[in-house]
Ligand binder design. Sequence first.
Ligand code: ADP
Length: 571
Amino acid sequence: MARLQATATALAQVMTPSEAGRAVLEQALSVFGAEAGAVYLREDNTLRPTVEILGRRQPFLTITIDDVTPLSDAVLSGEHRFYESREQILAEYPAIGPRLSTLVQASVVLVLAVKGRVFGAIALSFESPRELPAADRVFADAIAAQCALAIDRAVLIERERAALERADLLANATALLASTLDTTRVLQQLLELLVPRFADWCAVEMVEGDTTRQIAVAHADPEKVKWGIALRERFPPDRKNLTGIHQVIATGKAELHPYVPPHAVVGTALDPEHARLLEALNIYSVLLVPLVARGRVLGGLSLVWAESKRSYTQVDLELFSELARRAALAIDNATLYRDMRKAVEVRDDFLAAAGHELKTPLAALMMQIESVTRALDRETPPAQLNERLKKASRAAGRLEKLIDDLLDVSRITAGRLHLDPEPLALDEVVKEVVDRFLEQAQLAGCDLTLTTEPAQGVWDRLRIDQVASNLVANAIKYGRGAPITVSTTVSKPFAVLRVTDRGIGIAREEQQRIFERFERVVENRSFGGFGLGLWIARQIVEASGGTIGVASNPGEGATFTVMLPMSPPHA
Ligand code: ADP
């Protein structure tokens, strides 16, 4: 009775589950005179030692409910177990022989239950055989019931506190996510909110193009953060065999691993060194959630319990899925905002440049008109007048071309590029274009030659003319007065147009960009132009089912190749 009273008094003071566990364990050890013991709590299918007093023996192991052990059987059956000697244990459980420390010569397992609900057990071990008479066993029941009540109450209080903490976390995270557009910084700060209360380790991996990059890591211990970063850099994901967060990013499905046995972690290692590092991480429980916004996986959040030996639960999965949803939304918004800002900037730059571009031919036109007017007053000979009018007409022509390009851009962007296909000979259209440019090429000192092979197809005459004109005009513009060759050939099922110059050429890294809207190679500002011609050409060629590309080395000129399908794409 005195024992029971003392136990009740000791247990009445405790608040947290670990305090309760420790008090319970100390009482149980002294009541039975055991040398070592642990309080196990059940979480889903695992039984985890939450508090242990080891004496001389090894730590108690985490086990699962289906392991065949006295502990799991006691929890499943709801009945205490008493073993007066090691032989008794081994007689019932021969398979655990090798795992059973020689320091265990007798053992008691007390089931922790409240109102018939079993939520854990107390395991006690004795270093020498121990008689456990019936009186002890009845007493054990009373002690176990008291302990169960104390722990259960502490767990309930803890659960309340945890719910408040979760609500707090969501509120703080939401405020944080709304505070800035700097995604990397905000994610790092978000992770700092999670350690050590919600994870020992956490990291964010973001999708970048066709790979992913770890952009934030946190651990309560800064030394370990460095270590986590090094591990990720040393061993990037294996594309053919994605595991962990990389797999979650690939599938978009969250993963909850309440308990990860050590061999499961090491099993994902790429080589022995990797295995050693992974082992040293001490991973105990893992929660992986994708960051998804507008149906796209932007990245993933990993949470790991290691040293704390705690387990993630369904409640955590829900909490962190919600957190990930909010984070992904914030990241997505920041990206959209940045893209929009960039687009507005590009447009503004373009408008400024376009103003200048339009003014050049306009100024030339006005100058010619003025001098023609003056010449008329002075009755200048018609030959000179004629020359001036030709120049005026060329300036007006350039102005018209620039304005047409601008109109094409708005037409194409609004999806209103209409093609008017008709049976056509590519070689004939190209010949007309080349003839039209002969004079201009001559003025630029470029020898312009054409070789043709008949190439019949169904295309929009004016638009194909426009593509060829753009390429020939560029060849003259960027051709440095060197010879230019134009050819049409057939390479079934395509008709091929090639324009080759020996001018300034285009660096490899620019070759994609020049086909984009408003994009020009920056140093070429001196050449004039909108940076629209090639973009428009690509839109026309692609709408006709073809392709356009360039091969070039800087300083060695460029060859532009257009491939057009000889039969309509839908035929
Ligand atoms: P624009 O010539 O009006 O700037 P384009 O869209 O026709 O616009 O061309 C985009 C860019 O591609 C040019 O600014 C120039 O830098 C580069 N480019 C086009 N054609 C050639 C060429 N034949 N040789 C070298 N660079 C070229």
